[in-house]
Design a protein. Structure first.
Length: 290
């Protein structure tokens, strides 16, 4: 079964996906009235959804992460900043199971040990990751892209409108409205602006109802207007979802209005609101002053 969790299939994989997708329930999840039913429950009784403690990752002797510890509260939006090589991408690779740590703990909620789970299991547990470059099916419409991202019943694209369930249709309409693409529902994804493609891919994650969203530089290459719209969108998502944003654009981080974690040499250098970390002499020296 092709994977629609966490990492969306890239446009070049579309034909293989169409060959693979058959009617019936998806692996590890199902649609109930058009809504994703996630098999794993996340225990957030202690208000924390993501917890890393003492995480170390080495590549040929270089410590990409060095005793990294941080936690994300349930419903929180957190911005992660830092110079190139600070460990931001490696951190997200560890969270999603792409990279296994040499040491340390990584938990989703109180009970799900991510270091003991496969990438698909982690994605099915409620983590969605968006990479910097948008990955959408450019030869499919906005509606079709969102439908393909749904769990559960899938089939040949040409029979989409005969197969889509009422519950799925309602959920797709909700997500299109959330990401601001209702008026573009029948447009081919390839004709969208760069910003609209970014919003569509966020929508493809939202359709799976993740508890935690990991977004890598979501405004890279966007216009000022698209950047502002993205900030508004992410602020709307926070609360219902926990959102971790890796970003270099300080104006965008300011617009998010959230807690900021600064990474340097694989560990946390500073943490607080943006004004606090911008005034930190260590942060100015290693990152902002460059």
């Amino acid at each position: 079964m092709s994977e629609f969790h966490g990492r969306m299939a890239r446009p070049g994989e579309a034909q293989a996906l169409r060959d693979d997708l058959q009617p019936g329930s998806g692996e590890g999840g199902s649609m109930s009235g058009g809504h994703l039913v996630v098999p794993r429950q996340i225990d957030v009784s202690h208000k924390v959804i993501l917890y890393l403690e003492g995480v170390t990752v080495s590549f040929d002797g270089f410590k990409a992460l060095n005793d990294l510890s941080l936690s994300i509260d349930n419903g929180e939006m957190r911005a992660i900043i830092g110079p190139n090589g600070a460990g931001k991408t490696t951190m997200m690779d560890v969270i999603t199971g792409k990279t296994r740590p040499d040491a340390g703990k990584v938990f989703l909620g109180q009970t799900l040990d991510l270091t003991r789970m496969s990438e698909p299991e982690i994605a099915r547990s409620g983590i969605g990751r968006k990479f910097q470059k948008p990955s959408v099916f450019e030869q499919a419409s906005v509606l079709e892209n969102l439908w393909l991202a749904c769990e559960g019943e899938k089939g040949w694209l040409r029979s989409l409108r005969e197969r889509i369930a009422p519950g799925q249709a309602r959920r797709i309409d909700e997500v299109m409205e959330t990401v601001g693409l209702t008026d573009s529902r029948d447009r081919m994804a390839g004709s969208l602006s760069h910003g609209q493609k970014q919003w569509l891919e966020i929508g493809m994650l939202l359709i799976q109802e993740p508890k935690l969203l990991l977004l890598d530089e979501p405004v890279a290459g966007l216009s000022d207007e698209e950047t502002e719209k993205t900030a508004v969108l992410l602020r709307q998502l926070a609360g219902k979802h926990s959102v971790v944003v890796v970003e270099h654009d300080m104006h965008f981080v300011e617009r998010l209005g959230c807690r900021v974690t600064v990474l340097h040499q694989g560990h946390v250098l500073a943490e607080g609101d943006l004004a606090t970390v911008q005034a930190d002499a260590r942060v100015i020296e290693v990152y902002l002053g460059r």
